[in-house]
Design a protein around this ligand. Structure first.
Ligand code: A3P
Length: 312
């Protein structure tokens, strides 16, 4: 018992418990702030935060990084196709979680990711400064995706309701409060984006490409071409068109290897609260947020956006 207690204390080193608002989450939900960012207890107690610095990235790895709900899955599938001969995954038995594991999540776990042979596709929501240092030293390719924060918060709220383990029981209004108060997992949003944008702008850094959900929507072919170039993958115009078609919202919604519908069968997602691939639109916030919520966002931006922040 004592050993268990000591281990827990070790894992919680450097963590500060986030005070959650009663009524927003089920009572068993606990978040910690570590390295300036919020992590669910499940991630902290898995020990992964202590193990990450020793993770060995490879030059051949491709990492898709993001703040949650900004288009991660979309970019993952594009990257997966580009690194696999532009093949469609429609008939793949393996789901995206298996083909493209989540670095800091306890399943399949860092040891499994580390033991995966060959070039790996890896997803992460870690902020840039918590990435394993070997990502930079080995020269692994990173693609970071971001999205307008208002659309991100609407998408995140629906996701927090969909996921059984999220334990979120509040309203959209509560979720917006938590997002703006930097209490949702992986927040603060603006610092997350800034860290990656700053790293990408650093002169020596050609292994990090930043794209946005809005660019992907406006010019999917252009973004697919940019990602292919970043990954040094030669693609024809037909390849680009094929990737764009197979990663459209409707194609991905109907593709069981990327739509996360199986989460409903294994109890990860509620069956009656919509789909992971929900709307796939830009500007959904305009109809989802009320006048007061829009004003709260505007005032948050006025207080927090810096003149040198690139627009979303
Ligand atoms: P919405 O909830 O606004 O629909 P992430 O993968 O980072 O969790 O982001 C999920 C968001 O990206 C969801 O947004 C989802 O519908 C959207 N998305 C996923 N694949 C997409 C695609 N191919 N085209 C457009 N949007 C997509």
């Amino acid at each position: 018992r004592r050993r268990k207690h000591d281990r827990r204390q070790r894992l919680l080193e450097g963590c500060v418990r986030v005070p959650l608002v009663p009524g927003h989450y089920e009572p068993n939900i606990v978040f910690y702030r570590y390295g300036g960012y919020v992590f669910p207890e499940q991630i902290v107690l898995s020990g992964v935060l202590q193990e990450l610095p020793n993770f060995q990235a490879r030059e051949t790895d491709v990492i898709v990084a993001s703040f949650p709900k900004t288009g991660t899955t979309w970019v993952q599938e594009i990257v997966y196709m580009l690194t696999h001969d532009c093949r469609s995954s429609t008939d793949d038995d393996a789901t995206l979680e298996t083909r493209f594991p989540y670095l800091e999540y306890p399943y399949p776990g860092l040891k499994t990711v580390a033991a995966t042979p060959g070039p790996r596709c890896i997803k992460t929501h870690l902020p840039y400064h918590l990435l394993p240092p070997s990502v930079t030293t080995a020269g692994a390719k990173v693609v970071y995706v971001t999205r307008n924060p208002r659309d991100t918060v609407v998408s995140y709220y629906h996701f927090a309701r969909l996921l059984t383990s999220a334990g979120f029981i509040g309203t959209l209004d509560d979720f917006i409060d938590d997002f703006l108060d930097e209490k949702v997992p992986y927040s603060p949003f603006l610092s997350h984006v800034r860290e990656y944008r700053a790293a990408a702008a650093a002169a020596s850094h050609d292994s990090l490409l930043c794209v946005s959900y809005e660019q992907l929507t406006a010019d999917p072919k252009g973004v697919v071409r940019a990602i292919a170039k970043h990954l040094n993958v030669a693609v024809s115009e037909e390849d680009v068109q094929f990737v764009v078609d197979h990663t459209s919202f409707s194609a991905m919604s109907n593709n069981k290897s990327v739509n996360y519908e199986h989460w409903k069968d294994i109890g990860f997602a509620h069956k009656d609260r919509g789909n992971f691939l929900r709307k796939g639109k830009i500007g959904d916030w305009e109809t989802s947020l009320n006048v007061e919520q829009k004003a709260r966002f505007a005032s948050w931006e006025a207080r927090n956006l810096r003149p040198d922040d690139a627009p979303f």
